[in-house]
Design a protein around this ligand. Structure first.
Ligand code: 5GP
Ligand code: ZN
Length: 114
């Protein structure tokens, strides 16, 4: 846990969030500025700043995140698919430096690349 990390504070309950899911390793909560009708983030409770800081020791944890994502998406009503986004580092437009997968869907999802 990182003392000053916003998402670590959300996991600890020090900042309120609209929780979607929690287990011993993972936590999911709605984005405060949703870009679509459903927009939540799935994060590890372990503070990993970004994919740039992830290594082989995190492989199982990252795998769990990817297999949990569709289950949570369906629970949130996204029966027809969803978008996953992981922004990594300043070059990837990351703003909060605690690894997270955005899960986005519902409404119109534009093409990623034109
Ligand atoms: P990034 O650009 O790092 O991939 O995404 C960070 C996301 O975190 C943004 O979509 C932003 O809206 C969201 N966010 C930032 N601060 C908070 C917060 O305090 N609570 C919640 N629920 N989301 C936040
Ligand atoms: Zn953190």
């Amino acid at each position: 846990m990182a003392e000053d990390c916003i998402f670590c504070k959300i996991v600890r309950g020090e900042i309120p969030s609209n929780k979607v899911y929690e287990d011993d390793e993972l936590f999911a909560f709605n984005d405060i500025h949703p870009v679509a009708p459903v927009h939540f983030m799935l994060i590890p409770k372990l503070h990993i700043a970004s994919l740039l800081e992830a290594d082989d020791s995190h492989a199982a944890l990252l795998g769990r995140m990817l297999t949990l994502a569709p289950r949570l998406a369906k629970e949130q009503g996204l029966d027809n698919g969803f978008r996953t986004v992981i922004n990594t580092g300043p070059g990837g437009g990351q703003e909060v430096f605690h690894l997270h997968i955005h899960i986005i869907g519902g409404g119109h999802i534009p093409p990623m690349v034109r």
